[in-house]
Design a protein around this ligand. Structure first.
Ligand SMILES: [Zn+2]
Length: 330
């Protein structure tokens, strides 16, 4: 398999300015390079996560990907960098810094990298302004969180941003972050294992029931982690729509099942059986190789499990690069 594109990977700059000091408040992330090849991500003064060189070094990443015959990575920031809680102007400055860094990596290694930008989603006008700048920089799309300060993506304030994405032909990756219930389930990594799949379903349901997908049929959404719990629970979601339309069908009369096959998801399931089910439900033109590299919950063999599933060569080709190109470029 010669052509593979991994459309869900995260990349940070090696050095981050001390935004908390600069702005005078807030738990902005900074990096402490405490030993060779490793850095601590600090959130405020608190240790958040240790990252290794492959989180910031484009060349090491290219070498690691070569083991898996994957020459191209789609990079975006780490969701903890979204900072939607910050003052909008400060979040814009942070977003521009991250986006300029990503643009630089793409410029330095055009055969190996594509990038998705980040936006100050808490401010509609500033988000659109940065989106327009990203378009001029050649970004094919953006990555956004599954909620914005716990507001669902169906809220009216976000619609003009999505409208601008459709107008500018920018693809949208929705990534779970600021997981619901996080404070109540800190033990056992539950925000990641339980919260993230629920968050992603929350985003899909909000965009369907809020009529965003219906009103913007050309907007190309992709949902991380194979759409979280949305596809596995579509029977329940559809039944809820049927039995309580007074609660569910209030803003959009189109049944949720009708949207299966209209949006993309990545392949990060860690489960061939689930992947087969998803291919059955949404078709093999809407699943993209996406791994969440370089983090431990990612598919760090870059889709190797799918090569061992006995899928038709045509399906593998679609998953490994054709579907991602369609998602990114239409
Ligand atoms: Zn991710």
């Amino acid at each position: 398999m010669r052509h593979k594109i991994d459309m869900h990977t995260h990349l940070l700059p090696e050095k981050l300015p001390d935004f908390a000091k600069k702005f005078g408040y807030g738990d902005f992330i900074h990096l402490e390079h405490h030993r060779h090849g490793f850095a601590s991500m600090m959130k405020g003064g608190v240790f958040f996560r240790e990252i290794a060189r492959n989180c910031w070094d484009p060349e090491i990443r290219i070498a690691e990907y070569m083991h898996y015959h994957t020459p191209v990575q789609v990079v975006c920031t780490v969701p903890v960098m979204f900072s939607y809680w910050a003052k909008a102007a400060d979040c814009l400055e942070l977003s521009m810094f991250l986006n300029d860094h990503l643009a630089g990596v793409v410029e330095d290694y055009p055969e190996h990298y594509l990038a998705l930008g980040t936006l100050p989603m808490q401010d509609t006008d500033l988000a659109i302004k940065e989106l327009e700048r990203l378009k001029t920089l050649g970004f094919p799309g953006i990555q956004i969180g599954s909620n914005v300060n716990q507001l669902n993506l169906s809220e009216a304030q976000f619609f003009p941003i999505f409208e601008a994405c459709e107008r500018l032909d920018m693809a949208v990756l929705v990534h779970p972050w600021e997981m619901m219930g996080e404070a109540d389930m800190k033990k056992y990594w539950l925000p990641w294992l339980v919260g993230m799949p629920a968050e992603t379903s929350r985003a899909v349901c909000s965009l369907i029931f809020g009529g965003v997908m219906e009103r913007l049929p050309k907007l190309r959404f992709c949902f991380a982690h194979a759409g979280g719990s949305f596809i596995p629970t579509i029977g329940r979601v559809q039944h809820g729509f049927d039995c309580r339309p007074d609660l569910v069908a209030i803003d959009n009369a189109v049944p949720p099942r009708d949207y299966l096959g209209r949006f993309w998801v990545d392949s990060a399931t860690h489960d061939p059986q689930l992947l087969r089910y998803i291919l059955d439900v949404i078709g093999d033109e809407k699943v993209c190789l996406g791994t969440d590299y370089p983090f431990p919950l990612g598919d760090l063999e870059i889709g190797r499990f799918m090569e061992q599933m006995g899928l038709p060569a045509e399906t593998l080709e679609r998953i490994f690069y054709k579907n991602t190109l369609k998602w990114l470029h239409g």
